[in-house]
Design a protein around this ligand. Structure first.
Ligand code: SF4
Ligand code: SF4
Length: 68
């Protein structure tokens, strides 16, 4: 099963990654902010991830890593 990791403190909250996930499991956290002052992206329902890495490819700040 694929696993998605975020270097959360690098996230600038642009939400690009949330637009490309075919499973709709990348969402913005609404319960916390990172040390840049943004609500960071996160994955919910990790078990639904198919490891396509679209989220990692689109992130301009190299926040996301996908382990297959
Ligand atoms: S690897 Fe693909 S399926 Fe998994 S969270 Fe990223 S965009 Fe979604
Ligand atoms: S694309 Fe990168 S910087 Fe933008 S919200 Fe997603 S993880 Fe954060």
């Amino acid at each position: 099963m694929a696993k998605v990791f975020f270097k959360e403190d690098r996230c600038k909250g642009c939400e690009l990654c949330t637009t490309v996930c075919p499973k709709g499991i990348v969402v913005m956290a609404r319960d916390r902010i990172n040390n840049k002052g943004f609500q960071p992206a996160q994955v919910i329902e990790q078990d639904k991830c198919i490891g396509c890495a679209f989220c990692a490819m689109i992130c301009p700040d190299v926040v996301i890593e996908v382990e297959k």
